[in-house]
Design a protein around this ligand. Structure first.
Ligand code: FMN
Length: 188
């Protein structure tokens, strides 16, 4: 089975905007918390995506930055650490179910990137995303940090992180990445 990708030039589909314009155009709470997103790492020859549902956009050391949360055993995280660049991709409502498929199984031991009904597309910088996206944020890895239960001050959050880290082989990690480019779908 072939991985679906497009030969349509990236810049024919997407227009670059600044992080500030993205902040004006999109509501981060609905983007991240309601619609979710795909985290994608790797290059055209081999890339992998997972669904993310926590994180945000802001400034870290004055640089526009994204953060997201990934369990340490995610295959996407493995590729992200190797490449040190990745994309966060946000989809229109009608593509939501296709995107959610990327959260249904790991690409480490499945062919999900070939099965997913989305079209891979390479950014001019060589990162991978999807032609169906409404918003693509390209990131350069800044930091991966592993929160400890003692870092949290409310019992609810302490319970959350202990539960997440219950499996002794995996832990929840926070991934910070400097925003290198932001792209929005051109009006069709
Ligand atoms: C709606 C939804 C939200 C998810 N949010 C996260 C998340 O924020 N962090 C995470 O590590 N996994 C999250 N997952 C699970 C991963 O997307 C899933 O385990 C995926 O198959 C991992 O793929 P990979 O091993 O190929 O990277 C979510 C899954 C779904 C369906």
């Amino acid at each position: 089975m072939q991985q679906h990708s497009t030969s349509v030039p990236f810049e024919q589909l997407f227009r670059q905007i600044s992080p500030e314009e993205a902040g004006d155009s999109f509501n981060v709470f609905t983007l991240v918390g309601r619609d979710f997103f795909a985290v994608t790492a790797g290059k055209e020859e081999h890339y992998n995506s997972m669904v993310g549902s926590g994180g945000g956009l802001g400034l870290l050391f004055r640089k526009p930055t994204t953060w997201c949360i990934a369990r340490s055993d995610r295959y996407t995280l493995e590729l992200l650490k190797k490449e040190q660049t990745y994309t966060l991709t946000f989809f229109p409502n009608e593509q939501q179910n296709r995107m959610l498929f990327l959260g249904s199984k790991s690409g480490r031991d499945s062919e999900k990137m070939k099965e997913v009904q989305l079209t891979g597309i390479q950014t001019p910088a060589g990162n991978m995303s999807f032609a169906e996206a409404k918003l693509i944020i390209e990131c350069k890895l800044t930091q991966i940090t592993t929160p400890n239960v003692d870092d949290f001050y409310s019992q609810e959050d302490r319970d959350n992180i202990s539960e997440a880290n219950e499996d002794e082989h995996t832990e929840r990690q926070f991934v910070f990445g400097e925003i290198t480019s932001v792209w929005v779908k051109k009006d069709e």
